[in-house]
Structures are given as structure tokens and as C-alpha cells.
Design a binder for this molecule. Structure first.
Ligand SMILES: *[C@@H]1O[C@H](CO)[C@@H](O)[C@H](O)[C@H]1NC(C)=O
Ligand SMILES: *[C@@H]1O[C@H](CO)[C@@H](O)[C@H](O)[C@H]1NC(C)=O
Length: 361
């Protein structure tokens, strides 16, 4: 990898020039969701072609609704729903580490968007069901669909209104879930933004690089009570190797914070994260944005693999990525997989919001 001292210097200057983002007014709540889904039979260790196992139950999910800090009347009925990936919870989109710079929630709030952030079921303060039988992507999709329906119906604590426009923003495994959602229930969201994600990816063993193992052994103090198939990354250096760009692309204190707050992913989710789903009936807008140093989802040169994304959304209004988004930073320079913990995080947020604005959202 080539040194990128010039762009780093430019970033530092931009960083100093950008104002600190204000904390929005937020409401935390626990919603009880009754979910039915059809999962896969994982008794052989790998999922069969078709899902056949019905699962259902009532599960608590931690939601965090935040109001905008700046009023933009055209966005009053719009909600951004934020869907974190593996080993992260609500903190991924609303980092406790220097949130004035790193928090996606604060950036969206400053641009007039309400957000609904969460610990998905199986994460953080939400319930932790069976990590193999229950925690699979069909179940995750059903849970997310229920949350979107609550938002559309005006039933999110703190919101006191319904939303007619849903912009869903995913990261990594959260993007897989979003992709499943727009394939299964194409009318539920208007716009989908997928980060740390592509249908095609490099041949790299990220789980080995990240040293995934039972969270109850790796982090017994915080994660000791969980079933052994709830996994997490081995240590800070393994996490950096798998999720971060080269030295200099992130503040080591951001990695240290991320390591100290890291949570889990259920094995069943990993085993069922399908890469071939075509959202044939989704008619909204799609944007895919990755860090250029994302080992898995940004294949050289310049995330060329993203050019294949359009075939997975044949009915979309537009499927944008990289240079086709007509924005200079749609492939985020100097960032690895977990872009939100990199110095370039504000570039990602600016890119997404410029694109939303361009499409009238
Ligand atoms: C899977 O489902 C598809 C579509 O319903 C069906 O055509 C196919 O035969 C099924 N495959 C298996 C192995 O059950
Ligand atoms: C971190 O985890 C990796 C992957 O499991 C392992 O190879 C490495 O030795 C660990 N490093 C430290 C400092 O414990």
C-alpha cells in the first residue's frame, strides 16, 4: 500500500476546520417485538439452499430515537434508520469516542434528519436469543421489518409522529440485513445506503484475521454471561488488522475505545449472511460506499467490484457507487472496513448526505 501523507495532511486541516457536532435530544426505549421468520436448518454446519425452520417469539430490542438539531422542514417526515454490523451496537453510528467528530447520528441531526439507532436483537442491551437457531439473517430481516413498521406507524418512543420516508443505512452485516429487507419487503424503505458491503468480495479469511472466538472467553468481564456461539474479535491488533485501514488512517485512541466497547456477533448470522440476494422489486435509490482499504469489500483498483452492484437491484431508481455517485469521495480514501472509527468518518457522512440531498431526500 502506498503512503498517503498528502491526503492525511489535507484531512487534518479539514478536521480542524469542521465544527464540533452538537448532541441531539434522544430517547432510549425498549420495544417488545413479536417476530416470526423462517430460518435455516444449520444442523449440518452450513445452511441448505432453502430456509425451512419456522421461528417465532417475543424479544426486547433497545432503540434510540434522536431528533434533528437543525430544522429542515422538507425532512420533517424522514427518518434515517441505522443498522450496525457484527461486534458493534448503537455505538457504531453514535460513537462515544469524540462524538462531535465521529457520530453519524450527530451529523445526520445537524442536517435535519431524525435517526433511529439501535442495538439489534442479539446485541448490546437487547435480548440475546439462541445464537444459532434464532439469530440468523431471516430472523434479523423480520426484526428490522417490524422496527420500520413501528416507525411508519408513529410508534417509536420519543418520536411522537409517524414517518413517511425511511432512509436505511447499514454497515457490514447490517448491510446484509438491509439487503435482505429490501428484497423481502421492497415497499418498507425508500432509500438504502450500504456501507462496508458488496455482493462480491475478496478472497480473504476475515474471521481468521480478526481472531473471532467465543466472547465469553475473550471478554469474560463484560461478555461472560453469553452462550459460546456469541463471538467477538480476539484483541485490538486483530481487530485493527480486519476492520481498520493502515496506520495513520485512524487515531489509535479510537481503536482503543472501539476495542474496549466491542460486543458480539451470533455465529448463526455469519453462517446465513447470503451474498447473492437480488432485490428485484425494490424501486428506491441505492448507494454503496466503502473505505478504499476495506480488505473484503473494496477490491483493487478503487473498489471496482462495486460496479457489479446494479445487477442486484434491477428495479431501483438508481444504484450508485464510487464515481457514478458523481461525488469525489464515494470511495472513502484512507479508511478500512469500519469507516466510522477512522479519521475519514466525516468524509463518509458528507458523501452520504450529499447523495441524499442530490436525490431530493
Ligand atoms: C428451494 O426453493 C425453490 C423455490 O421455492 C424450489 O424451486 C427448490 O426446489 C427448493 N430447493 C430445495 C433443495 O428444496
Ligand atoms: C491477537 O489475536 C491474534 C489472532 O487470534 C493472535 O494471533 C495474536 O497473537 C494476538 N495478539 C496479542 C497481542 O495477544
Amino acid at each position: 500500500m502506498q503512503p498517503r501523507l498528502f491526503s492525511l495532511a489535507a484531512l487534518a486541516i479539514l478536521g480542524h476546520a469542521s465544527p464540533t457536532l452538537r448532541a441531539p435530544k434522544c430517547t432510549d426505549s425498549i420495544a417488545s417485538l413479536t417476530i416470526s421468520a423462517t430460518n435455516f436448518d444449520l444442523s449440518s454446519g452450513t445452511p441448505p439452499l432453502n430456509a425451512t425452520i419456522p421461528v417465532s417469539g417475543t424479544f426486547d430490542v433497545h432503540l434510540r430515537f434522536c431528533e434533528p438539531t437543525v430544522s429542515v422542514p422538507s425532512r420533517a417526515g424522514t427518518l434515517q434508520i441505522l443498522v450496525h454490523g457484527a461486534t458493534y451496537g448503537a455505538d457504531y453510528m453514535d460513537a462515544g469516542f469524540e462524538p462531535g467528530i465521529y457520530s453519524y447520528v450527530r451529523y445526520a441531526a445537524a442536517h435535519g434528519y431524525a435517526t433511529l439507532n439501535m442495538d439489534r436483537i442479539g446485541y448490546g442491551a437487547s435480548d440475546h436469543p439462541d445464537p444459532i437457531g434464532t439469530m440468523q439473517t431471516p430472523f434479523d430481516v423480520a426484526a428490522l421489518a417490524d422496527i420500520v413498521r413501528l416507525a411508519r406507524a408513529g410508534r417509536i418512543s420519543g418520536a411522537r409522529r409517524s414517518f413517511h420516508t425511511i432512509v436505511a443505512v447499514g454497515h457490514s452485516l447490517g448491510s446484509f440485513v438491509l439487503n435482505g429487507l429490501v428484497a423481502a419487503e421492497p415497499q418498507l424503505v425508500n432509500v438504502v445506503v450500504l456501507t462496508g458491503y458488496s455482493h462480491t468480495f475478496a478472497d480473504i479469511d476475515i474471521p481468521a484475521l480478526a481472531g473471532f472466538g467465543p466472547a465469553n472467553l475473550i471478554g469474560p468481564a463484560r461478555l461472560g454471561g453469553l452462550a459460546s456461539s456469541y463471538l467477538t474479535t480476539a484483541n485490538a491488533s486483530a481487530r485493527a488488522a480486519a476492520f481498520y485501514g493502515p496506520e495513520g488512517s485512524f487515531d489509535p485512541a479510537a481503536l482503543a475505545f472501539d476495542e474496549s466497547e466491542k460486543i458480539t456477533v451470533a455465529l448463526g448470522e455469519f453462517l446465513t449472511a447470503a451474498t447473492s440476494i437480488v432485490a428485484s422489486k425494490f424501486t428506491g435509490y441505492v448507494l454503496t460506499v466503502n473505505g478504499e482499504d476495506d480488505l473484503l469489500y473494496c477490491i483493487e483498483p478503487a473498489c471496482a467490484n462495486l460496479k457489479g452492484e446494479a445487477q442486484y437491484y434491477p428495479s431501483a431508481k438508481s444504484v450508485d457507487y464510487g464515481e457514478l455517485a458523481s461525488l469525489t469521495v464515494a470511495v472513502i480514501k484512507n479508511a478500512g472496513h469500519s469507516v466510522n472509527f477512522h479519521l475519514a468518518a466525516p468524509d463518509l457522512y458528507a458523501n452520504i448526505h450529499a447523495w441524499l440531498s442530490k436525490h431530493g431526500y
